[in-house]
Write a new protein. Structure first.
Length: 561
């Protein structure tokens, strides 16, 4: 039996090495973020037949990733069928890890396909730099859709490199993974048009239809079902407003933690070398395609900066860095010495990064806009791999949620809960209400703990159709800029005969204005064909609606003709 030469063996192993390293590191740091339990609650409702909603009976889109929610709902149904009770924490971890590994493998194969004509011993230095970064280890799991984003990026890169006809359809999945990935989807579409130029107008329209089909269908469903053109979380976070100051801080936090200036400049130089060499050999299309991919990565990252970043260290910038770094390979058999030196420097940085480079903080700080989420939950739970709900049983969200659930089921009312201190204020529930209403700051673990037998809304407006549309008065943490006064909850859900204060009375008056009546009816009235069509017509108006957070100001503004 013949044996493969060591070099031939290495050539076969290299495309799978970065993904293997990343999956191993991701598994060693497996965990689930508190925010992931928001999607778990939505997926559970969807699997139970209540629709993709956070609260049964109120159509509000709280989950940011449509595709991730669908996958979790399928996992929940499977869990129920197998006697697992619908738990999706471990399926979410495994799905994220598998998607990450497949995505980086496909991205590596795509990079090698770009360089096939230049030699055989092609080392994926860009993919190895990704596998070496601890932030990717953390978000390969986490229960969030980030791993799914890595998988989609790898799939699309592979389609571009192979000139696949299915690339426009694959690219159209991007907005279903995360809305802002529509920017990368457009970049992939343009790159594909360079690699495989359309032949005739019919081909152009076919490709446009392929890339627009899924986003258009989702937008149509969202407008008719939720009466909104974007997820409720996008309203709460004001995703269309710029916050450059906070965004640059977010980028600086990411870059400084891993000394990213070093690999960025080296990778940029290798990108440029590739573009220049392909132009010289008459392969202008490949040069232009690489330029489009780099531009797409930079635009994706710049949008995150414009948005203001995120409260979680590096998370939203990881897709852009993957798209920037993954296409870079170096053929050590035929490349010039400068390229080999640059590749060696990147590999050296990768070793140092994996071994020593970490964010300069671990514990949560309210004074810092960006935090290391995984480190915080490791410290909070005392576990190396907090994944299942039971791993968080001693956290304040779970203990407060379970205590509130017991009380709210036994005694109907409107509960305003401070899960930090345990303080709870209770108001009488309106006579037409059948379930208790709970207002809390956290809706992830707290939301699972309190259960779906109560209506849960949050102080940041992420799960509340009214609070999400508050006018933005000041910036705080990313995604936590708005604040819902309990007067809004008491005024909407409480008993009007109770002496609940002038602010609640002002809320009730504001809720009787045409704009808020239309909004509440759009998300709570029984969904039939007339309601779906009415929501379609009102979706733009309700998406643009902004409400003063002060009940008195809201009453005055919304009462004007």
């Amino acid at each position: 039996m013949s044996t493969l030469r060591p070099r031939a063996t290495l050539e076969r192993v290299l495309p799978f090495l970065p993904a293997s390293l990343l999956v191993a590191a991701g598994w060693s740091r497996r965990w689930v973020d508190e925010d992931a339990f928001i999607a778990f609650r939505v997926a559970g409702n969807l699997a139970a037949g209540h629709g993709p909603v956070f609260n049964v009976g109120e159509r509000v889109e709280v989950a940011t990733s449509t595709l991730w929610t669908l996958l979790l709902a399928l996992a929940s149904r499977t869990s129920v069928a197998l006697g697992g009770g619908g738990s999706v924490e471990w399926p979410a971890v495994l799905l994220g890890l598998a998607s990450t590994g497949i995505g980086l493998t496909l991205a590596t194969r795509a990079a090698q396909a770009f360089a096939t004509a230049r030699g055989r011993f092609v080392v994926p230095v860009g993919a190895l730099s990704i596998a070496a970064m601890p932030a990717y280890w953390d978000y390969a799991t986490s229960g969030l859709e980030t791993g799914l984003a890595f998988g989609w990026l790898g799939l699309a890169l592979h389609g571009v490199a192979r000139g696949s006809r299915w690339l426009p359809l694959a690219a159209s999945i991007g907005p279903l993974v995360r809305p802002e990935l529509g920017l990368s989807a457009l970049g992939f579409f343009l790159t594909h048009a360079v690699v495989v130029p359309p032949i005739g107008k019919r081909e152009v329209w076919r490709r446009l239809a392929a890339i627009a089909a899924l986003p258009a269908a989702l937008s149509f469903f969202r407008a008719g079902y939720f009466a909104c053109l974007v997820p409720n979380t996008a309203l709460a976070k004001e995703a269309f407003l710029a916050d450059w100051t906070r965004g640059w801080e977010y980028l600086a936090d990411f870059a400084s933690a891993y000394f990213l200036a070093i690999p960025f400049l080296l990778l940029a130089g290798l990108h440029w070398t590739y573009v220049a060499s392909t132009r010289q050999t008459g392969e202008g299309r490949l040069a232009l395609a690489r330029a489009f991919l780099v531009a797409t990565a930079l635009v994706q990252g710049l949008y995150v900066v414009r948005l203001g970043g995120d409260a979680m260290h590096a998370r939203l910038l990881l897709p852009a860095w993957l798209l920037f770094a993954a296409p870079v390979v170096v053929d050590f058999g035929s490349s010039r010495r400068r390229q080999q030196i640059a590749a060696g420097a990147i590999l050296g940085w990768s070793v140092i990064c994996a071994a020593t480079l970490r964010p300069p903080y671990t514990l949560w700080s309210d004074e810092r806009r960006v935090n290391d989420e995984r480190a915080f939950y490791i410290h909070l739970t005392g576990r190396d791999a907090p994944v299942a709900y039971r791993d968080f049983r001693q956290t304040r969200w779970v203990t407060s949620g379970e205590r509130t659930r017991t009380r709210a089921v036994e005694e109907r009312g409107v509960y305003s809960v401070d899960e930090e201190t345990g303080e709870t204020r209770v108001y009488r529930l309106g006579p037409e209400r059948t379930r208790s209403v709970v207002l809390s700051g956290g809706i992830g673990l707290f939301g699972v703990a309190v259960g779906t037998d109560v209506h849960l809304t949050d102080r940041y407006g992420l799960a509340d159709p009214i609070g999400a549309r508050f006018e933005l008065r000041q910036r705080g943490w990313a995604g936590h800029d708005k604040w819902v006064d309990e007067a809004w909850i008491v005024g909407r859900w409480g008993d009007p005969s109770e002496a609940s204060g002038l602010r609640a009375d002002a809320t009730r008056a504001a809720l009787q204005t045409p704009a808020l009546r239309e909004l509440v009816d759009a998300v709570t009235a029984p969904l039939d064909v007339p309601r779906f069509l009415a929501n379609l017509r009102a979706s733009l108006r309700l998406t643009l609606l902004r409400i003063p957070p002060d009940p008195f100001d809201a009453r005055e503004k919304l009462s004007r003709p």
